[in-house]
Ligand binder design. Structure first.
Ligand SMILES: NC(=O)c1ccc[n+]([C@@H]2O[C@H](COP(=O)([O-])OP(=O)(O)OC[C@H]3O[C@@H](n4cnc5c(N)ncnc54)[C@H](O)[C@@H]3O)[C@@H](O)[C@H]2O)c1
Length: 328
């Protein structure tokens, strides 16, 4: 474990407190860390703090806090300057997905952070091997990819860049366990990481089928919700295949793979919807249409659902079928 993370409860810096940064900050406060939150743009401290308080209230609603909210706020500082990062063992960058802006921000982070601190990015798609070149010691750089809401999902993807060392991976893995996560380690830095990559394969196939008029998108949504949705959280993918029995899979793969879409371009139907100015739930027009009230109800439903599934998953931990071991 990195020297600085040997301390069981390192101070953690979060740079960028938009949607993800504020949710990650709340999650780390709930886990008992002192957090130095940096709002890189002038005037962002107050709205950033408001967002963190809102997220902490959601943590409370998720039953993740065991002390009054103001005690967690006592662990937090929010500032526009980077000097509070001086005692951090880990700093996570959560700013806008723009490689040039990230580079400017990492220069500042490096200037103010201890030389042995681990530096990380919550990027969704920029290769970690590229980002880690922005710091003098790329071995201590790593991707830590949360899903929204950061405090309310067990998911946490740890991504190694080409030069990330094992010590850095182990340190973050152990910390993630202490945050109540079920962390996964992506050993190679591939485009789209894992979850996004899996979902893009699904998006491509379903857009292809909708395009061919095989199914409407409402029915496609129903299939995904009520079939995959009924086993995914319990089993994942490989345990699902084991559960089904492997005998038929090889034949099914041989028969079905040649029929799956290998389309490299953007779906014309999706392009048409985008060209019409549809932005999804944000402006009420996407594959479906939404009144403002409907959009709000989807946001509220997702929040409530996240809470239910977070606690439901805890009733079925990874270790349940303790007799099974991964074979490779
Ligand atoms: N939104 C998600 O569900 C999600 C999930 C996983 C990862 N991510 C990744 O997390 C990161 C942050 O995403 P987000 O959804 O929180 O975005 P956001 O727009 O809510 O917040 C972006 C932050 O970047 C800062 N910022 C904007 N322009 C800047 C500039 N010129 N200089 C310095 N800072 C600037 C803003 O002040 C804000 O704090 C991105 O890399 C994104 O890919 C997002």
């Amino acid at each position: 474990m990195s020297d600085i993370l040997r301390i069981r409860n390192p101070v953690i810096g979060i740079v960028g407190i938009g949607l993800m940064g504020s949710s990650i900050t709340a999650s780390l406060l709930a886990a008992g860390h002192r957090v130095k939150a940096i709002a890189p743009l002038p005037g962002e401290e107050e709205p950033g703090l408001d967002r963190i308080i809102r997220q902490l209230r959601l943590c409370e609603d998720f039953d993740l806090l065991n002390a009054p909210l103001k005690e967690y706020l006592g662990l937090l500082t929010v500032s526009n300057d980077y000097y509070p990062l001086g005692d951090c063992g880990l700093v996570v960058e959560c700013i806008v997905e723009d490689i040039e802006i990230k580079e400017t921000i990492f220069k500042k982070i490096v200037e103010f952070t201890p030389a042995n601190a681990i530096l990380a990015s919550n990027t969704s798609a920029i290769p970690i091997s590229i980002l880690q070149q922005m710091i003098p010691d790329p071995q201590r750089f790593i991707g830590i990819h949360w899903a929204e809401p950061a405090f309310g999902t067990r998911f946490l993807e740890i991504i190694c860049g080409r030069e990330t060392n094992e010590q850095t991976v182990d340190s973050i893995f152990n910390l993630a366990i202490s945050w109540g996560k079920e962390p996964t380690v992506l050993k190679k830095d591939i485009r789209g990481f894992i979850t996004n990559r899996l979902m893009y394969a699904v998006y491509r196939e379903i857009l292809h089928l909708v395009e061919k008029n095989v199914i409407g998108f409402e029915d496609a949504d129903k299939c995904f919700r009520y079939d995959a949705g009924s086993w995914m959280t319990l089993m994942g993918i490989f345990r699902r295949m084991d559960y089904d029995g492997l005998d038929d899979y090889n034949t099914a793969f041989r028969n079905i793979f040649p029929h799956l879409s290998n389309e490299e371009g953007i779906s014309p139907q999706m392009q048409k919807i985008m060209d019409s100015g549809a932005g999804g739930i944000q402006n009420g027009r996407g594959f479906y249409t939404y009144t403002q009230r409907e959009a709000e109800r989807w946001l509220q439903s997702f929040e409530a659902f996240n809470k239910d599934i977070f606690h439901l998953a805890a009733n079925y931990p990874e270790e349940i079928p303790i007799t099974s071991k991964v074979t490779s």
